[in-house]
Design a protein. Structure first.
Length: 334
């Protein structure tokens, strides 16, 4: 990922420190009981979301709009003579405009060296530039799986052009992206900035979960915050974009051991991937993305966490039947 602080030696939990509003405390206390019992409302209940933040808020990863836990943002800068494309030319009926957010495997952590050969672009500061490693806007300074996906989408004939707006941050928790998180304003502001430049997302790709596997969120806790994030994205982006939620939780667990060549040192959380699956709702245009716990096993992680180039190729290929077939693909292009 890597993490910005030690998830495995938490500084403590403080469920409630504000005692002036007893009614609020009672509501939140009830939510705790429901969470423990596994009976929490499936989606979006604000009191339950508040309770999750009260429980884990002081253990959120340290990450913000300026970079990931180590302060990294993509270092790639296009050559001075690189052509700048008017972003609005990429918004036609056969153009994909994809917002990407989540954790490090959605950013620039792949083995570097890939440059898109097709009409695949990245957005930054109102400009659209041909994609090559690394994608600006996301954390990390290596390579990205999304440029590979863009090439596949164009060469397949599914789209004439693909534009990625990638704001993924290494080490981020679902809590960072939620209403009380350090990345909430980045998510909201990016969608608003896109609209200001005439860009409305046709697709939204979310890939995250390893940090919350490490934090120990339950299925109910993760699901209720994820749903609140998706509700906010839908509110800002409008009803048309297809939203895709990957399943992801696998990471090298230093609490077990640090040998990346030992499969026993890895941890995954079925509770997290179950929550990611549970939010899928085709009626709301929310679909399942690839399950990278399954398609990118431990031996295909270049440092115990991040995809090798071969794994990134496999991840990109796994998106193709999802985007080219099934319920989502039967919707007309935006």
């Amino acid at each position: 990922m890597p993490f910005g602080f030690d998830f495995f030696s938490p500084s403590g939990e403080h469920l409630f420190t504000h005692r002036k509003d007893r009614r609020g405390a009672c509501i939140a206390g009830l939510a705790v009981v429901l969470l423990v019992a596994g009976l929490a409302p499936a989606f979006g209940d604000q009191a339950t979301v508040e309770t999750v933040y009260a429980k884990y808020g002081d253990r959120m990863p340290v990450t913000n709009a300026q970079g990931d836990a180590r302060g990294e943002l993509a270092v790639y800068k296009a050559p001075a003579d690189a052509p700048r494309l008017d972003c609005r030319k990429l918004t036609g009926p056969r153009g994909m405009v994809a917002l990407v957010f989540g954790q490090s495997n959605a950013s620039n952590t792949v083995d570097p060296g890939y440059g898109a050969t097709q009409a695949v672009y990245a957005y930054q500061g109102g400009e659209c530039l041909k994609v090559r490693d690394a994608i600006p806007g996301a954390s990390g300074s290596k390579g990205s799986a999304w440029s590979r996906l863009g090439d596949l989408l164009v060469t397949s004939g599914l789209y004439d052009s693909v534009l990625f707006v990638d704001i993924a941050r290494g080490g981020s928790s679902i809590l960072n992206w939620g209403s009380k998180g350090s990345l909430h304003a980045l998510l909201d502001g990016t969608i608003e900035d896109m609209r200001a430049h005439g860009l409305v997302p046709t697709h939204i790709f979310f890939h995250q979960g390893e940090a919350d596997c490490a934090l120990g969120l339950t299925r109910s806790e993760y699901q209720v915050v994820l749903e609140s994030v998706l509700d906010e994205v839908r509110r800002l982006a409008g009803p048309k974009p297809d939203i895709f939620v990957s399943r992801a939780s696998l990471f090298l667990d230093p609490a077990a051991c640090r040998d990346k060549r030992n499969p026993g040192c890895y941890k995954s959380c079925p509770a997290i991937t179950a929550a990611q699956t549970a939010v899928v709702d085709p009626a709301r245009r929310i679909y399942a993305g690839p399950n990278t716990d399954l398609i990118v096993p431990w031996f295909d992680r270049n440092d115990g966490y991040h995809f090798t180039a071969q794994a990134a190729d496999r991840f990109a290929a796994a998106w193709m039947p999802i985007l080219a077939g099934g319920e989502a693909a039967n919707q007309p292009l935006q």
